[in-house]
Design a binder for this molecule. Structure first.
Ligand code: GDP
Length: 691
């Protein structure tokens, strides 16, 4: 495998900018599909989930391998909606370069800015595609200016559109100084190469000179030739542009209309010519397992090196679980035994595939730099590192945000309970930012996730793809209950009504418990001595406590950050049973919680609002009323950017509120940050509402 010929890329965009359509065209022109699928007809290949077809937005990141002119392009689909941060983050972790798609009539939009910033965080080189040049209102210059002004970067124009809106027919390629005119034909697969139209020649010369100046900045030989006024070849200009692009100092801009297939092939050329191969990316940092100091070990992209791979996505389909893995070093064959270093579990690689939306191609071998789907991994989850047993290394896991919104869910008929539980298990494995917790007392399951849309989509997946009929409650903020001091609780569960009775007796304590591990915030310990509660009943005691932590006794929210210690109790030779101890433990826990000054905790979000100066005052005032703590404000081009921490409870409906208050000119992005105590007054109201 020639590593210089691999491109791991993603397409990023604001919803509706045309990411799915661009992807479709890429699949078509690389020969992966035989029919052009169109989003508005609901046949797009990448959007194979019914949900996505109906909404016309892309939710799942599927990795697809496409061949182009001797290169192998692994295309990782990156969703644009803020509710799917986890999907965007995990894609950005594993890709080497990206194509940012913009709507030619809108330029940079709020979410394109959000994903752009995420890509910045990972230093991902990008090229820009100004799409929808055929659309009413399309304006190439405006779009390029918005990249410069809103994203504060240097765009470099490689194409000039010929005509605009209705009259858009093609583009001038400034690299080869040729014009490409496309057929009227809707799918635009045919085009002719012609001379640059006379009225565009001056502009073309001007933009070409600008492009060459920029390219020359990154390469000395080019600069010498440029200064000596020697003509530069296409290949020479590419060398300079490529260097600048790989450093994230310049962002080449192309244009077209994906719908009419104008410019899509040039996007593929630009991906191979201007975006990095795995060898062009910096070494990644790993650690030795168990090294608490986390001394960095640099891992080079080397097929001969020790095996290091990162599992970044689990997908279940009719054939079983597929684990998507990015290999950073070493090689891999089907049949090999590997170590999941994160979980210290041995795993078998049964099969390796390159994926194409929903079909697959089996591989005999793969190596560093590639992205593959693996069958056979049983205990591997998103963010886990795969190595060989003899050379274990750990990569940083993929950060999974805390779930901040929850809803109750139950099967419509009791007969579907098991089916629902199994379906939720599958969804949890696929999506680590989704959680589901069953509560035996209420017979309800609480699902939680990143936002309203996230849970709505989960619900539709359940009902349509998995065919489970469910009843679902209103979305609500995922409050939590915790304690502020230590307290002891005690309870006896006793029934003696002739015949065999019931007897269980438990003493326990609860106390605040600090942890960073937001998956495991409740700890239960057995600290009894002298067999006051026989060992055989201890699981029942734990069970009783655990169940009770699902619904705290303040307002019924799940408990969090509590350490529970079982310290005493008693039993009866004949009458004690699991049930009796479970009941007693549950009652003792509630007794202790009642004395330990329980409080409510709420999710706090980090918020970034970008607003024109003229609306700054009102946006800021509104945030203050929303209990926001403003941490920083900065000037970014024409905009003021406010950084703040704000309770999620205040942010329902903020998108439309902000749009209304700023004539649609401000944008924001929001991420879960932490949990904090709910102020007294608000807490009192929540408790009151709960009953
Ligand atoms: P995504 O949400 O970014 O994946 O965007 P889609 O690819 O789903 O496109 C959103 C809508 O814009 C669909 O109705 C497309 O048919 C339409 N669209 C995509 N590309 C173009 C284009 O080049 N020109 C025009 N006029 N419409 C387009």
């Amino acid at each position: 495998m020639d590593l210089t010929k691999i491109r791991n890329i993603g397409i990023m965009a604001h919803i509706d900018a045309g990411k799915t359509t661009v992807t479709e065209r890429i699949l078509y022109f690389t020969g992966r599909t035989y029919k052009i699928g169109e989003v508005h007809e609901g046949t797009a290949v990448m959007d194979y989930l019914q949900e996505e077809q109906e909404r016309g937005i892309t939710i799942t990141s599927a990795a697809t391998t496409c061949p182009w002119k001797g290169y192998s392009i692994n295309l990782i689909d990156t969703p644009g909606h803020v509710d799917f941060t986890i999907e965007v983050e995990r894609s950005l972790r594993v890709l080497d370069g990206a194509v940012a798609v913009f709507d030619g009539s809108e330029g940079v939009q709020a979410q394109s800015e959000t994903v752009w910033r995420q890509a910045e965080k990972y230093n991902v080189p990008r090229i820009c595609f100004i799409n929808k040049m055929d659309k009413l209102g399309a304006d190439f210059e405006m779009a390029v200016d918005s990249i410069r002004e809103r994203l504060h970067v240097t765009p470099v124009t490689l194409h000039l559109p010929i005509g605009s809106q209705d009259s858009f027919v093609g583009f001038v390629d400034l690299l080869d100084m040729k014009a490409y005119i496309f057929d009227e034909d809707k799918v635009g697969t045919k085009y002719t190469e012609v001379e640059i139209p006379a009225d565009m020649r001056d502009d073309a010369e001007l933009y070409r000179t600008e492009m060459i100046e920029v390219a020359a900045d990154f390469d000395e030989t080019l600069m010498e030739k440029y200064l000596a006024e020697v003509d530069l070849s296409r290949e020479e200009i590419i060398v300079g542009l490529r260097k600048g692009t790989l450093n994230c100092e310049i962002f080449p801009v192309l244009c077209g209309s994906a719908l009419r297939s104008i410019g899509s092939r040039k996007v593929l050329d630009a991906v191979t010519e201007l975006l990095p191969s795995p060898l062009d990316r910096p070494e990644i940092i790993a650690y030795k397992p168990g090294d608490s100091k986390k001394t960095p070990v640099k891992v080079k992209c080397d097929p001969g090196g020790p095996l290091v791979g990162l599992a970044f996505k689990i997908a279940s389909d009719a054939h079983g679980d597929l684990t998507y893995v990015r290999l950073y070093s070493g090689s891999l064959k089907p049949g090999e035994r590997v170590l999941n270093v994160t979980r210290d579990k041995k795993e078998n690689i049964t099969k390796l595939f390159h994926m194409h939306a929903n079909s697959r191609q089996a591989l005999e071998k793969t190596c560093a730099g590639d992205i593959i789907a693996v069958v056979g991994l049983k205990d591997t989850y998103t963010g886990d590192t795969i190595c060989l047993t003899k050379s274990p290394l750990l990569l940083d896991s993929i950060e999974i945000p805390v779930a901040v919104i929850s809803q109750s869910i139950e099967p419509r008929t009791a007969g579907e309970r098991l089916k629902l539980a199994q379906a939720l298990e599958i969804l949890k494995r696929e999506d680590p930012s989704f959680h589901a917790q069953y509560n035996e007392d209420t017979g309800q399951t609480l699902i939680s996730g990143m936002g309203e849309l996230h849970l709505e989509i989960i619900q539709h997946k359940l009902t349509r793809d998995m065919k489970v009929d469910v009843l679902i409650g209103k979305p609500r903020v995922a409050y939590k209950e915790t304690v502020t001091k230590k307290a002891v609780g005690e309870a006896k569960f006793e029934h003696q009504t002739g015949g065999r009775g019931q007897y269980g007796h438990v003493i326990l304590s609860v106390e605040p418990y600090e942890t960073d591990d937001h998956e495991n915030t409740i700890i239960i310990e057995d600290n009894t001595t002298g067999g006051v509660i026989p060992k055989e009943f201890m699981p029942a005691v734990f069970e009783g406590i655990k169940d009770s932590t699902l619904n705290g006794n303040l307002a019924g929210y799940p408990c969090s950050n509590i350490k529970i210690s079982v310290t005493g109790g008693s039993f009866h030779q004949v009458d004690s049973s699991d049930i009796a101890f479970q009941q007693a433990a549950s009652m003792a826990f509630r007794d202790a919680m009642g004395k330990a000054t329980a409080v409510l905790m709420e999710p706090i979000m980090t918020l970034e609002v970008s607003t024109p100066e003229s609306f700054y005052g009102s946006v800021q005032g509104d945030l203050t009323r929303k209990r926001a703590e403003i941490t920083e404000t900065e000037q970014r081009g024409q905009s003021r950017v406010i950084h703040a921490k704000v309770p999620l409870a205040e942010m329902f409906g903020y998108a439309s509120e902000l749009r209304g208050a700023t004539q649609g000119r401000a944008g924001y992005s929001m991420q879960p940050d932490s949990y904090a105590r709910v102020p007294e007054q608000i807490s009192a109201k929540l408790v009151e509402d709960a009953y």
